[in-house]
Design a protein around this ligand. Structure first.
Ligand code: NAD
Length: 260
């Protein structure tokens, strides 16, 4: 379905981004990965997922908090892949603290990585998409783009912000073949959430299993984690022709979290 297209997935060396990258590769898209840590294993996993289509897999290590590096990554995408057809703005970090204690540099980092990076990638990707009259921008927001939780001021502000950015760019491209949507996951068991489970276990003096159960029980009615593979399938659906007129949506996949 995506043969001949190129997908750039930010923050795709781990977790949800990697899951989405694998699903897009399995549909035949060439994929540009981005992120920190081990880069060889994620590249191998995405190549394997796209093996049947012989997909090309690239990597750029731009730091999503640095606009100049984001511009370099987009230039790499143009030069090595002929541009970005599917842009998945996924890179994100979390920091939990009440607002009066929230470190200023953490606030700035969360806003830069979780929100401003998507502005930069999007503004640089849209001209190429307009030239081809086809494109998909998929923003990994969160259920925290729809509702709040105590202790997450920067994260919730950034995620509500990215839902707003999604709506505006969807309107600006509404008469074109470019669609822009947000996905709003509930809890997904990735390193970002494992840290919160570890912190909860330490804070409350309970086991990791109890902390995991407590985390789900507090917010997610399904009592199950959403998986990166399920989110990858939703991204593939948004890339399909069935998604041609899904525009400006904030689509939650949250085990019922936002229905409460
Ligand atoms: P993760 O920690 O597993 O992965 C984050 C990825 O972003 C990694 O590849 C990391 O290297 C990369 N990254 C971090 N800072 C970066 C930077 N400055 N520049 C470039 N890359 C950077 O996290 P995840 O849970 O897979 O989260 C992915 C996205 O999904 C985030 O935007 C997160 O807010 C969102 N999300 C996660 C959950 C969840 O429950 N895990 C729920 C809702 C939304």
């Amino acid at each position: 379905m995506l043969k001949g297209k190129t997908a750039l997935v930010t923050g795709s060396t781990s977790g949800i981004g990697l899951g989405i990258a694998e699903k897009l590769a399995a549909q035949g898209a060439n994929v540009i990965l981005n992120g920190f840590g081990d880069t060889a294993a994620p590249q191998a996993a995405v190549s394997a997922a796209g093996q049947a289509h012989g997909v090309k897999v690239g990597f750029h290590g731009a730091d999503m908090s640095k606009p100049a590096e984001i511009a370099e990554m987009m230039a790499y995408a143009d030069q090595a892949f002929g541009g970005v057809d599917v842009l998945v703005n996924n890179a994100g970090i979390q920091h939990v603290s009440n607002v009066e204690d929230f470190p200023i540099e953490k606030w700035d980092a969360v806003i830069a990585i979780n929100l401003s990076s998507a502005f930069h990638t999007t503004r640089l990707a849209i001209p190429g998409m307009r030239a081809k009259n086809w494109g998909r921008v998929i923003n990994l927001a969160s259920v925290h783009g729809l509702v709040g939780s105590a202790g997450k001021s920067a994260y919730v502000a950034a995620k509500h912000g990215i839902v707003g950015l999604t709506k505006v760019v969807a309107l600006e491209t509404a008469t074109t073949g470019i669609t822009v949507n947000a996905i709003c996951p509930g809890w997904v068991l990735t390193p970002l959430v494992q840290k919160q489970i570890d912190d909860k276990a330490a804070r409350e003096g309970i086991s990791l299993a109890e902390a995991q159960k407590g985390l789900l029980g507090e917010k997610q009615p399904s009592l199950q984690f959403v998986t990166p593979a399920q989110l990858g399938d939703l991204a593939v659906f948004l890339c399909s022709s069935a998604g041609d007129n899904i525009r400006g949506a904030a689509w939650n996949m949250d085990g019922g979290w936002a229905a409460q």
